[in-house]
Design a protein. Structure first.
Length: 95
């Protein structure tokens, strides 16, 4: 994958986020919730939501940039049948 973050690698529609929340599995860390689902697409996809409680816009956007870059750099390591990867920051920690 190049340095770009193409639309094919993004979750863009609200119904996709809702479907992931309903039908996906999730993992909860100290400041991150990761929801994922296997099967529907052939390549991993990423969608990000960060609550306003996480910090101001600068902090939230910085956090999302870091997550997008991590996704791009680790793209080849994700299992191929993973259809969605959804990351949501908790309100607990930010710097």
């Amino acid at each position: 994958m190049t340095l770009a973050f193409p639309k094919q690698a993004r979750i863009l529609q609200r119904y996709e986020y809702k479907s992931l929340a309903r039908n996906g599995k999730s993992w909860v860390g100290s400041s991150l919730l990761i929801s994922y689902r296997f099967g529907k697409y052939t390549a991993p996809r990423l969608g990000l939501t960060v609550t306003k409680k996480y910090g101001n816009a600068v902090v939230r956007n910085h956090f999302k940039r870091i997550l997008r870059e991590s996704f791009r750099s680790l793209y080849s390591r994700f299992p191929k049948p993973v259809s969605y990867t959804h990351l949501r920051a908790h309100e607990t920690r930010h710097d």
